[in-house]
Ligand binder design. Structure first.
Ligand SMILES: [Fe+2]
Ligand SMILES: [Fe+2]
Length: 197
């Protein structure tokens, strides 16, 4: 199946994006092995997370409407945010992926989601932190944290994304803030529990 997906990507995605996708696949597998998760699920989710990245906005909106995905004001203003949810649809309909956790991990890779699964966490982290994203001290620290504590890593990586977004003229979707708050609170309650113990 991997070869089939790579052949499809070569036709539908620029080469630089394919490099990013392979970087996400590899980092998701590394994190899955490190955290004792299923490496095949991580590889599939990583490889397919950006299938719809270059679909035109009208196509994203149309597919999302048919599927019944939520389209709020921020998404209406920036339909590209739908590429995560629509990539999951393509993974299911074109490549026969039927593992719900894998499909959710694809759908959650951009904005995260409060309470998302460990697989979703590692794909979310790999998307922002794969080696092609750069090699600043901040990224290096986040990569290290993603091996030590997934909850803290999702919180801090959401902060990193938010800081980046504040420098751009794009609307910020409230779900990335909800993700950040949820994983911040979970990290804090874990710290408290370990202090009491
Ligand atoms: Fe993406
Ligand atoms: Fe991506």
């Amino acid at each position: 199946m991997r070869e089939q997906v790579l052949a499809w990507l070569a036709e539908n995605v620029p080469a630089s994006r394919v490099n990013h996708i392979i970087g996400v696949e590899q980092m998701a597998v590394d994190l899955a092995v490190h955290h004792n998760l299923d490496r095949v699920n991580a590889a599939v989710a990583g490889l397919m997370h950006d299938l719809a990245k270059y679909f035109p906005p009208q196509k994203l909106l149309q597919m999302a409407r048919i599927e019944g995905l939520e389209i709020d004001k921020v998404i209406e203003a920036n339909p590209r945010l739908l590429h995560a949810g629509v990539s999951a649809i393509v993974a299911r309909d074109l490549f026969g992926v039927n593992n719900e956790e894998v499909l959710q991990a694809i759908a959650n890779h951009t904005l995260g989601r409060p309470g998302m699964s460990l697989l979703s966490c590692i794909v979310f982290l790999a998307d922002s932190l794969e080696p092609g994203r750069g090699d600043t001290p901040e990224l290096q620290a986040l990569r290290q944290l993603s091996r030590q504590n997934l909850d803290q890593a999702v919180w801090k990586t959401s902060d990193y994304t938010l800081k980046f977004l504040l420098e751009t003229p794009y609307l910020i979707h409230p779900r990335i803030i909800a993700t950040r708050n949820w994983f911040l609170q979970k990290s804090k309650s874990q710290q408290l529990a370990s202090q009491i113990a």
